[in-house]
Design a protein around this ligand. Structure first.
Ligand SMILES: [Zn+2]
Length: 142
């Protein structure tokens, strides 16, 4: 058996996030099942996506704090085409405003894409979408 055969995914996979120095800690928390928000150690300003410098005070010192995972759909689109292997369509792609005030782009699942509404309460659900990728998705809050 060749190495290529051993590492080939069993099904088409989603595009992979680019993980680097600035966001590795955030992804590590996701892989541990915890949604976090980067927080400036100097002034306390929250920011997402993770980045090296505070936009408010220019501090390079930051930490990650646990997020409640609760938020609302701030905006969204429903994608029908183009169909990219690894995704299920129609696909609801939303900007979720977390109750802490930062916003995150994700998918809303567990509901028909056409039933997603602006302002609807959602809750994070950290899920393995394939063998090697875990993502923070959002489901309607009950
Ligand atoms: Zn700051």
């Amino acid at each position: 058996m060749s190495a290529k055969t051993e590492t080939a995914p069993s099904a088409p996979q989603r595009m992979r996030p680019v993980v680097g120095h600035d966001n590795r800690e955030w992804w590590d928390h996701i892989n541990e099942g915890q949604l976090t928000i980067q927080k400036c150690k100097e002034c306390g300003t929250l920011r997402h996506p993770p980045r090296p410098m505070c936009w408010k005070c220019q501090s390079l010192e930051a930490e990650h704090m646990p997020a409640s995972g609760k938020g609302i759909v701030y905006s969204f689109v429903v994608i029908h085409k183009p169909v990219i292997p690894g995704y299920e369509y129609p696909l609801a792609v939303a900007v979720v405003e977390l109750e802490e005030g930062t916003r995150i782009v994700s998918n809303v699942v567990g509901i028909e894409a056409g039933d997603v509404k602006i302002g609807m309460p959602v809750k994070v659900s950290i899920e393995a979408v394939d063998e090697t990728l875990t993502l923070p998705l959002f489901r309607p809050a009950s």
